[in-house]
Ligand binder design. Structure first.
Ligand SMILES: C[S@@+](CC[C@H](N)C(=O)[O-])C[C@H]1O[C@@H](n2cnc3c(N)ncnc32)[C@H](O)[C@@H]1O
Length: 346
């Protein structure tokens, strides 16, 4: 374990846990250090690292995982936000045979332009789980795989299958871009200080080639589908707010005489999918409560546009289906059916 002499305990602000090397851990930076060497070995072994691999590590901390990664890979590039940890890493590896194969970048990984890497192995601060997953999956050229420790519930959302309680928009968005599998359950006592939640290590492999989909369209479509994931799509697509939005898109695109796929080509769109945590939809109880306002005038007449939307749903056989049970391919098929009829989500 890295660290110098034991220092006398001083009064520390709340949220800081003493570390015997003199560094206190900041909860605000998600500093929960892996203290179980057997677990570190197991993560490295399950990563399938090759001796030719350039490894990206996010948040190396005091370097417990970094040390093992340097033993098996060609090079480690470690991105660390905390200057004290960067110093500790330099101190720990200076003068060792590994030192010229370790590159430490000091900075916020979310704001850092990532270099080429073959594989990412990381015990990350959980507060950046969503944007980091999104950033990695956007990275080009695509890496081989990422082995990442997440908070257990977040990990279970990533690997969920249709019908699972945690199946959500984040699941479908992640699985559109990658294959995700659960590798290891990790109890909180393997960390110092222990976090309040248990963790899991997950393997993420970018799909090569990726599914061909207009990402703005996909994002708009899924937001609607998962607005209430246990309602039938028929019920969701009858809502006035949904019909109004789709009709507005329809009229705008007709006026421009341009489909979003073509439009996207004209724009510089880097803001693809948004995996932010606040977007994880509320769980509902699976009962259609009929509270949403349906589209239609006072006489109950249904607009031509609404008929068009509902006929696509019906024709494709999705009217009675619920997002909580749909497979990725079914979402792709339904979006394609809507688009064929000129109904767009962006
Ligand atoms: C959970 S600790 C893991 C430490 C070490 N890898 C281990 O397993 O023992 C997370 C590390 O990420 C760093 N960190 C937090 N936010 C970060 C960010 N936005 N960018 C890069 N590093 C960050 C923290 O300073 C901390 O060292």
């Amino acid at each position: 374990m890295a660290g110098g002499k034991t220092k006398k305990e001083k009064a520390r602000p709340a949220g800081h846990t003493p570390y015997q090397g003199g560094i206190s851990f900041h909860k605000s930076k998600g500093q929960h250090i892996l203290k179980n060497p057997l677990l570190v070995d197991s993560i490295v072994q399950k990563s399938g690292i090759k001796s030719t691999d350039v490894i990206l590590e996010i948040g190396p901390g005091t370097g417990n995982l970094t040390k093992k990664l340097l033993e098996v890979g060609k090079r480690v590039i470690a991105v660390e936000i905390d200057a004290r940890m960067v110093l500790e890493l330099q101190r720990r590896f200076q003068g060792t045979p590994h030192s010229n194969r370790l590159q430490v970048i000091q900075g916020d990984v979310l704001k850092t332009e990532l270099p080429y890497f073959d594989i990412c192995v990381a015990n990350i601060p959980y507060q950046i789980s969503s944007p980091l997953t999104f950033k990695l999956l956007k990275h080009q050229p695509a890496f081989r795989c990422a082995i990442i420790m997440f908070q257990r519930e977040f990990a279970m959302r990533l690997v969920a299958q249709p019908g699972d309680k945690l199946y959500c928009r984040l699941t479908v968005n992640t699985q559109l871009l990658s294959r995700v599998s659960h590798l290891l359950k990790v109890g909180r006592n393997n960390f110092r200080p222990p976090p309040k939640v248990d963790s899991s290590v997950v393997r993420i492999e970018p799909r090569k080639p990726p599914f061909e989909v207009n990402q703005k369209e996909w994002d708009g479509f899924l937001r609607i589908c998962f607005n209430r994931k246990n309602k039938t799509l028929g019920s969701i697509f009858r809502q006035k707010s949904v019909i109004n939005l789709l009709e507005k898109n329809y009229k705008t695109l007709q006026a421009l005489n341009l489909a979003p796929a073509q439009q996207g080509a004209l724009e510089d769109t880097n803001d693809v999918m948004d995996f932010s945590d606040e977007d994880i939809e509320m769980d509902d109880d699976g009962v259609d409560d009929g509270m949403e306002v349906e589209d239609g005038n006072a006489e109950g007449e249904v607009s031509e546009f609404k008929k068009k939307v509902l006929s696509v749903l019906k024709k494709a056989g999705f009217e009675g289906e619920r997002s909580s049970k749909l497979k990725l391919q079914q979402f792709l098929d339904l979006l394609s059916e809507f688009n064929k009829d000129g109904i767009h989500f962006s």
